[in-house]
Design a protein around this ligand. Structure first.
Ligand SMILES: Cc1cc2nc3c(=O)[nH]c(=O)nc-3n(C[C@H](O)[C@H](O)[C@H](O)COP(=O)(O)OP(=O)(O)OC[C@H]3O[C@@H](n4cnc5c(N)ncnc54)[C@H](O)[C@@H]3O)c2cc1C
Length: 486
C-alpha cells in the first residue's frame, strides 16, 4: 500500500514550560509598560489594584486562544491540557478582577470604613466605571455558567452561544473600561497595548467564526456511508467533495465536524479520526450521546460535511515508545481504532497491546477487524465488559491493575507508551494504575471526550500544581509592580 499522506502539516510543538513563560510574559506586559511612570495612583495598594486590572484583563483576552480551536496552541499541548488550563485560568482572572475595585479602597476602608464603603459604591455605580461593572458581571456569569453547565436546562449549542456572547461582552466592556477609566492606561504605551489587544481579539473572532466558516464551505466533504457498528454506535465514512482534497493528519488526532446547512463553527462537534492517513477519506466512530449524535445514523449519504482539522496531539508521532499499549473505553474506541488501523497499515513491528472496555457486550464494536489486525501486528487484545451476560466469555468487571498487569506481561513498562481514551473515571483509574506499574507519566497519554470536571488522576494533579504556579507567577508580577517605586 502506498503511503498517501505520510504526516500532517506539523505545527511547531512548543513545550508546556515555554508556553507558560510566554503566557506570564504577555499577561505582565501592560505592567512592564506602566512601570516607572509617575502616574497616580501612587500608593502601593492602589498600584496593586491597578495591577489587578492590567494583568488579568490581558489574561482574559488570552482565554480566547486557549479555547481549543487553535492548532498552534492545542497542537503542542493537547486538548485535554488546554481545556484544563482554560478552566483554571478563568478562576484566577475572575478572582483578580473581583479584587480589582476592592484593592483601590482597602486603605480607606482600614482608615475610615464608612468612607471606604462609599468609595466602593461609587466605583460600582458611577457612569464612568459602568463598563467595568458590566465586564465583571459578564465574567462572573461566564465562569458560573461553565461551572454549572451540566445542571443548566440548556442544549450544548445554546450554552456555547451564551458562553461566546458573555466572553465577548466581558472582554469588550473590560477593554472599554481600561481605555476610558484606567489611569495607567491613559499612558501612550499602555493605551497602545489595549488597542493592540482589541485588534488581536477582533482577528481571533474573525478567524474562529469568519475564516473557519468560509473554509468549511470552500472545502466541503460528503458523507459516503454510515454503518452501524454496535448498539447506538455508528461509523461515518466521509470523503472530500469532487475537487476537494484529503486531510493531512496523524492517526489519533481529532477534527471539528459540522453537517448540512449547519456548517457554522458554533455548531461544530469534536470527533476523533478513527482512521489511518494511509487510506483516503476519513472514518469516524460516533456514539449516540445527545441531540447531534442521536441523528448521526440517519444522515443520508451525500450529506455535506464540514471538516475543520486536524487538531490535538494524541498521536504516536508525538509520543514515542518501544511498545504500544492502547486502552479504549466505550466511545473512546474512535482514536484508538485510528491508531490501531494506522499501526496495522504500516505493519508496525512493535509489540502492541489493546485493552477495550465496554459496559455491555452489545457495545463492542470492530472486534472482527481487531482480530484481523493480529495477523499483521504483534498484537494481544483484552476485551473487558462490566456486565456479566450469558454467552460472553471475556473478562468481566472494570479494567483494573491485575488485568493491566496481565496484559503488559513480557513488556518493559518504562519503555512502553500508553494511549488511553474513554470515560473520565476509567481514564483516571487506568492512568494511575499504569503509573504504579512503572510507566513514566510522560508516556501515559490520554484524551477525554468531556471537559466537565471530575475525578483527577495523578497526572491531572501534577498538571494542576503547574498551572497554579503560573497563577502564582502572575500574582508575583502584580505584587512587584505595586512595590516598585514609581
Ligand atoms: C477531543 C474529543 C474527541 C471526541 N471524539 C469522539 C469520537 O470519536 N466519537 C464519539 O462518539 N464522541 C467523541 N467525542 C465526544 C463528542 O464530541 C460528543 O459526544 C458530542 O459532541 C455530543 O454532542 P450531542 O449534541 O450529541 O450531545 P449533547 O447532549 O449536546 O452533549 C453531550 C455532551 O457532549 C459534550 N459536547 C457536546 N457538544 C460539544 C461540542 N460542540 N464540543 C465539545 N463537547 C461537546 C458535552 O460535554 C455535553 O455535555 C469527542 C470529544 C472530544 C472533546
Amino acid at each position: 500500500m502506498t503511503r498517501l499522506r505520510t504526516s500532517a502539516l506539523r505545527w511547531p510543538r512548543t513545550g508546556g514550560g515555554a508556553l507558560a513563560l510566554l503566557y506570564v510574559a504577555i499577561a505582565l506586559t501592560p505592567l512592564a509598560l506602566a512601570t516607572g511612570r509617575p502616574v497616580a495612583p501612587l500608593e502601593p495598594w492602589e498600584r496593586f489594584g491597578a495591577g489587578l486590572g492590567l494583568a488579568p484583563l490581558t489574561a482574559m483576552a488570552m482565554q480566547f486562544v486557549t479555547s481549543g480551536r487553535f492548532r498552534s496552541v492545542s497542537g503542542g499541548l493537547g486538548i485535554d491540557k488546554i481545556m484544563a488550563f482554560h478552566k483554571i485560568a478563568a478562576w484566577w482572572v475572575l478572582g483578580a478582577l473581583l479584587l480589582h475595585p476592592f484593592a483601590y479602597v482597602l486603605p480607606t476602608v482600614l482608615d475610615d470604613p464608612d468612607l471606604g464603603r462609599r468609595r466602593l459604591v461609587a466605583y460600582l455605580t458611577l457612569p464612568q466605571y459602568r463598563t467595568g461593572v458590566v465586564a465583571l458581571v459578564a465574567l462572573a456569569l461566564l465562569v458560573a455558567g461553565s461551572r454549572l453547565r451540566e445542571s443548566l436546562p440548556l442544549r450544548y449549542e445554546a450554552w456555547r452561544a451564551f458562553h461566546v456572547a458573555l466572553a465577548v461582552t466581558a472582554a469588550g466592556a473590560g477593554l472599554h473600561h481600561a481605555l476610558t477609566a484606567g489611569r495607567f492606561s491613559a499612558l501612550g504605551p499602555v493605551e497602545g497595548w489595549w488597542w493592540g489587544v482589541s485588534g488581536a481579539l477582533v482577528a481571533v473572532m474573525g478567524t474562529l467564526y469568519g475564516w473557519r466558516w468560509i473554509r468549511l464551505h470552500l472545502r466541503p466533504w460528503r458523507l459516503h456511508a454510515v454503518t452501524k457498528l454496535a448498539d447506538r454506535t455508528w461509523e461515518l465514512d466521509i470523503r472530500p467533495a469532487p475537487g476537494g482534497r484529503d486531510l493531512r493528519y496523524e492517526a489519533g488526532q481529532f477534527l471539528w465536524m459540522t453537517e448540512g446547512a449547519r456548517r457554522f463553527p458554533l455548531f461544530d462537534h469534536p470527533f476523533s479520526i478513527a482512521d489511518s492517513p494511509m487510506r483516503p477519506g476519513l472514518r469516524l466512530i460516533v456514539k449516540e450521546a445527545g441531540d447531534f449524535t442521536d441523528r448521526i445514523g440517519a444522515l443520508p449519504p451525500g450529506a455535506p460535511i464540514g471538516v475543520d482539522g486536524p487538531h490535538g496531539e494524541f498521536s504516536l508521532e508525538n509520543h514515542a515508545g518501544d511498545s504500544v499499549l492502547l486502552v479504549a473505553g466505550g466511545a473512546g474506541l474512535g482514536p484508538i481504532m485510528g491508531l490501531l488501523r494506522d499501526l496495522a497499515a504500516r505493519k508496525d513491528p512493535r509489540p502492541v497491546r489493546l485493552a477495550y472496555a465496554v459496559a455491555h457486550p452489545l457495545d463492542f464494536a470492530c472486534l472482527e477487524e481487531i482480530e484481523a489486525a493480529m495477523t499483521v501486528l504483534s498484537l494481544r487484545v483484552l476485551p473487558v465488559c462490566e456486565t456479566e451476560v450469558e454467552g460472553y466469555a471475556g473478562a468481566v468487571g472494570r479494567l483494573d491493575r491485575p488485568l493491566l498487569d496481565r496484559l503488559l506481561e513480557g513488556l518493559e513498562p518504562r519503555d512502553a507508551v500508553a494511549m488511553i481514551c474513554g470515560p473520565g473515571p476509567m481514564v483516571v483509574a487506568v492512568s494511575d494504575a499504569l503509573h504504579e506499574i512503572g510507566l513514566p507519566m510522560e508516556r501515559i497519554v490520554y484524551e477525554r471526550f468531556d471537559y466537565a470536571s471530575g475525578a483527577a488522576s495523578r497526572q491531572d494533579r501534577r498538571r494542576l500544581r503547574r498551572f497554579l504556579l503560573v497563577g502564582a507567577g502572575l500574582a508575583a508580577g502584580v505584587a512587584l509592580f505595586a512595590a516598585l517605586p514609581h
